[in-house]
Design a protein around this ligand. Structure first.
Ligand code: CUA
Length: 196
């Protein structure tokens, strides 16, 4: 190794630069901007999650509602004479259905277009899926659980309500009929909801 003082000094400088490196990481101005954009987006998403959770009560399906599928006919809500379309005291419309091999009961329902309809569905036997094509009405119906969903049918018409989970030999024939009527025909046919 040489004893040249210049080279020694250079080596010492290099070593100092190396030690100083972690404290002097250069962040480009553009990079800094994107770090703030990413942090801002994360903050926005967390705010949205907290807002929908606390203010709008939108939760992941953790609060699952269970039911004894073998005793549906004895339950307060899913007994045979309580199934079908019902207007609630507050004017909202609730449809209670039992999915069982091979149909959704009652086999025909009539509901109005353009207003939110809440479906409550329970299976009496195995796994079924309920689906109304060309709409966003679709959910699994798992035995032992109540499936609840609220949707609005924008257009009057007749729609099939199909099973989309394989449930046995008759799966292909498992369907029921939904008749969606205009608000006018609904009020004419359901005088109890005419005052709204
Ligand atoms: Cu029920 Cu397939």
């Amino acid at each position: 190794m040489s004893n040249d003082p210049n080279q020694k000094r250079k080596l010492a400088d290099d070593a100092r630069d190396l030690m100083a490196l972690p404290r002097e990481v250069h962040v480009d101005a553009l990079e800094k901007k994107w770090i703030f954009v990413a942090l801002g987006l994360m903050g926005l998403f967390v705010t949205i999650i907290l807002y929908t959770g606390f203010a709008k009560h939108v939760h992941p399906p953790g609060e699952m509602e269970t039911i004894d599928s073998a005793r549906l006919h004895l339950s307060a809500e899913f007994a045979e004479d309580r199934l079908g379309v019902a207007t609630q005291p507050d004017g909202r419309i609730k449809v209670t259905l039992v999915a069982a091999r091979y149909g959704f009961y009652p086999r025909e329902i009539r509901i109005p277009a353009g207003q939110p309809i809440t479906f409550r569905v329970a299976s009496a036997d195995v796994l079924h899926g309920i689906h109304v094509p060309m709409t966003n009405m679709a959910t699994m119906v798992v035995p032992g659980y109540v499936s609840t969903l609220t949707t609005t049918f924008p257009k009057p018409g007749e729609y099939p309500m199909l099973c989309n989970e394989y449930c046995g030999m008759g799966h292909d024939h498992m369907w029921s009929k939904v008749t969606v009527v205009s608000q006018e025909s609904w009020r004419a046919g359901n005088p109890q909801s005419a005052g709204r």
